[in-house]
Design a protein. Structure first.
Length: 54
């Protein structure tokens, strides 16, 4: 698994993980302006959505 040490999402520290699988994980984003907002994070470093395989 390729990760980048300076990437907050790669480190995954302090995440409120709702689900985790072999390819990605789903975390709850704690933002008062967006209650219930979730983020899907690929388990290997991906800078942009367009970098993902089809």
């Amino acid at each position: 698994m390729r990760t980048v040490a300076t990437c907050n999402h790669c480190r995954g520290e302090g995440e409120d993980r709702l689900w985790e699988g072999p390819l990605f994980r789903v975390v709850l984003v704690h933002d008062a302006g967006f209650p219930g907002w979730c983020r899907v994070i690929w388990n290997t470093h991906v800078a942009e959505l367009s970098d993902l395989p089809p």
